[in-house]
Design a protein around this ligand. Structure first.
Ligand code: 5GP
Length: 136
């Protein structure tokens, strides 16, 4: 069982900011900046691609409202929403979670972005195969 499942069961305390039928939001214990919030589905899934439509929709419904609260309270005018899937992608807790991380001066998320360039032939191939995957 993950640490977030234990938080959901009330076995481990958290600083709860918001809760509804499908979603819990609480303060990150190791904040990158003041107000760093975690938003999790109550559904116990490790990765976002495993989530039910209901859980995903419930999170999508509240993320903007939670972001507005984070901005109002911290004074941040910029923020990142981060959602890691897989240890190789920096996921440490294997229960889906979204970070809302205010950018407050130099505090917040540091982003490495090694952009390439999109090859036209590869783009066409990707569109075709992704559309086929979506229709399966
Ligand atoms: P990940 O790298 O998996 O996207 O991030 C996991 C996040 O969960 C980290 O930012 C970490 O600080 C936070 N975290 C880990 N354990 C706990 C905990 O017990 N309570 C809270 N509130 N946050 C936690």
């Amino acid at each position: 069982m993950t640490i977030f499942a234990k938080i959901l069961r009330g076995e481990i305390p958290c600083h709860r900011v918001y809760e509804d039928e499908h979603v819990l939001a609480f303060l990150d214990i190791g904040p990158l900046s003041d107000g760093h919030l975690l938003v999790i589905p109550k559904e116990a899934k490790a990765h976002i691609h495993e989530l039910s439509d209901d859980s995903a929709a419930a999170i999508g419904r509240v993320l903007p409202r939670l972001a507005r609260a984070v901005m109002a309270v911290t004074g941040a005018t910029a923020y990142n929403i981060l959602q890691n899937n897989g240890a190789a992608a920096h996921q440490a807790v294997m229960h889906v979670h979204f970070h809302i991380i205010p950018k407050l001066g130099s505090a917040g998320l540091g982003v490495g972005w090694n952009a390439g360039s999109l090859d036209a032939a590869r783009a066409a191939e990707l569109v075709k195969s992704m559309q086929a995957a979506l229709s399966r």
